[in-house]
Design a protein around this ligand. Sequence first.
Ligand code: GLN
Length: 539
Amino acid sequence: MAYYIFVGGGVMSSVGKGAATASIGKILQGRGFKVSAMKIDPYINVDAGTMNPIEHGEVFVTNDGTECDQDVGNYERFLNINLNTENYMTTGRVYQTVIQKERNLEFQGKCVEVVPDIPNEVISRIEKAGKKDKADFVMIEIGGTVGEYQNLLFLEAARMMKLKYPKKVLFVLVTYLPTLKIIGEMKTKPTQTSARLLNEAGIQPDFILGRASSPLDEPRKRKISIFCNLDPKDVISAPDVDSIYQIPINFEKDGLGNRIMKKLGLKSRKQDMKEWDKLVNTIQKKKEVIKIGIVGKYFETGGFSLMDSYISVIESVKHAAWANNKEAKIQWLSAQKFETGDKKELAKLKEYAGIIVPGGFGIRGTEGKIKVIEYLRKNKIPFLGLCLGMQLAVIEFARNVCGIKDATSREFDAKANNPVIDLMEEQKELMKNHKYGGTMRLGSWDCEIKSGTISAKAYKEKIISERHRHRYELNNDYREQLIKKGLIVSGVNTKKDLVEIIELKDHPFFVAVQFHPEFKSRPLSPHPLFKEFVKVASK
Ligand code: GLN
C-alpha cells in the first residue's frame, strides 16, 4: 500500500505548489521510490478543456487525452513519468460520479450526503491512482488556498484519509512569507493564519514550506514552529529560484527527504540524484544566449502579462536550449501587432534566432500570425508551428504560394469558399449538438515520418507518437495542390490519412506540426523537434 502526501497552499495562490509537489516527488524518487502524482482542481468544470487559457493557464494534455491542469505537466517533467485521467480530478468530476452512482442505486436507498460521500469518492480516486501507478508514494496537490470555500471538501478528504491510514498520510502546507521593502523584514503572520485555517479544517500540517524571496532564517523558523505547532526542522525553506528545477535540491538542503522518511517511520535510504544534479549544473552554467520569440495572444490580462498559457512551450524551449548548451531568452510577441503588415514591426523578427507560433483557438490574432509566418518563410528565419501554428502555415502557403487568395480555416469562416483547413469529419455531428467537453481529437496518435526530411532527421524514428488537441485539420482536397507547389508533407497519420507535419525545402527550418510536442518534452529528455529547432536556430 502506498504513502500519501497531500500538498495544500496558504496565504495566496501561484506560490508554486505544483513545482513543490513535483519536487517532493523528485526527492523521494531519488531514494528509489516509485512516485505518482495527482492534481485536484476545486472548480465545477469536469476538466480544463473548456476554459480560456487566460482564465486558467495552459490546458495540459496527457497520453490518454485528458485535458487537465498545467501542474500535471510539472509532475511529468520532474518525475519523467506519464500520467493519465486517474491523476486528475475536479469538483465537477467527483460530483458527476457520486450523482451517477446515486442514480444507479449504488447507495442502496441511503441518503447521499456531501460529507462523507463526496470525500469518500475523492479518497477512492486517490487510492485508485496509486494502485494504477503501482506507486510507493502518491503526491496529491489540492488546488486553491486554505480558507476558501471551494476546496474545503478536498481538505476534508485529506483529513479523513489520515484517519483511515494514520501512519501513511502527511500534509504539507506551502505558504508565502512577504518581505515589505520599507520594513525589510520577512513576516510570518500570514503563514501562522494559514496554519490556523488548516487546523480549523481538522488538519495539522506535518511540514510547512515557506516560499519567500530568500531562505528562511532561524528566528523565522522558530516563530513558525512555535505558532504553527511543529518542529523547526519541519519548516522548510523554499526561496525564489532562477529555475524551478533547482527546487528539489533546495528541499534536500533543508533535510526534507530525511524528515519525511523519519515521520513515516521508514528507514533512511541513500539518495541518488546524479542526473538531476548534472541538469541543474548545466542550467546554472554561463551559456551563450539564444533569442526565441513566441507569437501568441494569451498573455495580456489587464495591466499584467502572463506566461502561464504557454508554459509547456516555454519549458520545451528551455530543455532544448540546455541540450544544445545554450540559454534560451524567450520573448512574447503579440500577434495583433503584426496584423497591419507593418514592415518595421515585421523586420524586428530578424532579431530572433527562431520563432514559434503555438496553438490557439478562434480568429483573433490569426491574420497577424499569418503575416509573421510569411515573413519567416521569405526571410528564412527558423520557424516552428504548433497545432494552430501549422494550420496558419498551411493557410499562408495556400494564399501566397498557391495563389488561393481566400484560403482560410473553417474555424474562422463557417461559409469559407476555400477551407484549406476544415473541421474533421467526426467533429461535425458533435459541433451541431454543442458537445464541446472532451470531444476534440485528443491524446496520443501515431504518425509516420517521411524519410529524408527535417522531421526524419530530428526524430530518427519512422513511427512516432504525439499528443493532440484539435478539431480542424488540413483539408485533403487541397493536399495535392499544396504538394505540387512545394509543401512537404513529412508526417501522416496513416490510419485516418491526416497530415500531421508539414515542412519546406530551401529553408533552414520551417516545420509545423498538427500535434503538441511540447507536452512530451522533459528536462532529462528534451523533445527531438525542439532540440533540432534550437540547434538550427543557434547557427
Ligand atoms: N483551433 C484549432 C483546432 O481546433 C487549433 C487547436 C490548437 O492549436 N490546439 O483545430
